[in-house]
Design a protein around this ligand. Structure first.
Ligand SMILES: [Zn+2]
Length: 104
């Protein structure tokens, strides 16, 4: 089991950007209200989207909106699938990051 930085291993197939955005479908946005003080001063906890099989999410390039798909062309829906995607589809994962650029 290994953990890696997405920015090190992800390159958008469309634009080459390195940030993945997680979008939860059927939910516009949510924040948890953690605390509230006099006058309505509210403290929020960071929104954490928990994408499981029961919660439809998709993953897309933060820059161009390219939706990440698996080998069958189905959109990736869970973090487990996302891990597999990054582990198998991104050739840079097994290489030392930023050492050498391959030009085709
Ligand atoms: Zn992109």
């Amino acid at each position: 089991m290994s953990t890696f930085m997405v920015e090190d291993v992800f390159r958008c197939p469309q634009c080459g950007y390195h940030v993945i955005e997680e979008v939860q479908e059927n939910v516009t946005a949510l924040s948890l209200v953690n605390a509230i003080g006099e006058g309505g001063d509210v403290a929020y906890s960071p929104t954490a989207v928990d994408c499981t099989d029961e919660t439809e999410c998709r993953y897309e390039c933060f820059q161009c909106g390219e939706i990440l798909v698996d080998e069958d062309g189905s959109p990736i829906r869970t973090t487990a699938d996302l891990y597999i995607y990054l582990n198998t589809r991104q050739p840079t994962l097994s290489l030392p990051p930023k050492k050498e650029k391959r030009n085709g």
